[in-house]
Design a protein around this ligand. Sequence first.
Ligand code: TYD
Length: 208
Amino acid sequence: MSGRFIALEGGEGVGKSTQGRMLAEALRARGIDVVTTREPGGTAGAEAIRAMLLSTEGDGWGARAEALLFAAARADHVEKLILPAVARGAWVVCDRYVDSSRAYQGGGGGLSDNDVMTLHRIGSAGLLPDLTVLLAVRPEVSAERLALRDGGAADRIGGRGADYHARVAAAFRAFAEAEPGRFAVVDAEGSPEEVHGRVMAELMERQS
Ligand code: TYD
């Protein structure tokens, strides 16, 4: 069986990590070799960059430096983990990928989509997932989930204002509309099991 690359995307508190775990388990139950990973991170080098990006110490990064660091972390991740796994026939389930850079550093931080994609071409030869699952909830629902998860202790990016996160959510929606073949937009409200059922339905539909 040939490998596949699936990314989970969405704003803060939409349940990406839970859905990633459930998706991986369901695929493994079907006998598929699954590699779960996340961004920023997934390799030693990328995890080191993650620590620099998300630390709340110091005075932070400007949007451009931040975009370069995400692109550098992604380059290491793609080269050392994602491409080798797909090449040996595994399915990679990745919590966030380049659409997060497009939405956060682009939509939220003000970089042009062209600039973000140029960094992605330089870093990762422009590699895109076979399928990008966008988990979408109403803003009031994600705010509620985040308060429960972080108890007010968000990381540097998660802790940015409501305006920033509204721009991120709008950007994700726009990307999904522009590329309906690559994106599956899944309603992420309801129980984890309900959302998982929707994710699996999208996957099955796109396989046939
Ligand atoms: P993480 O703790 O993984 O957040 P979440 O659980 O919400 O996925 O932290 C990742 C943070 O980094 C999150 O706020 C989104 C942000 N991010 C970017 O700004 N650009 C990117 O390219 C990626 C991959 C993540």
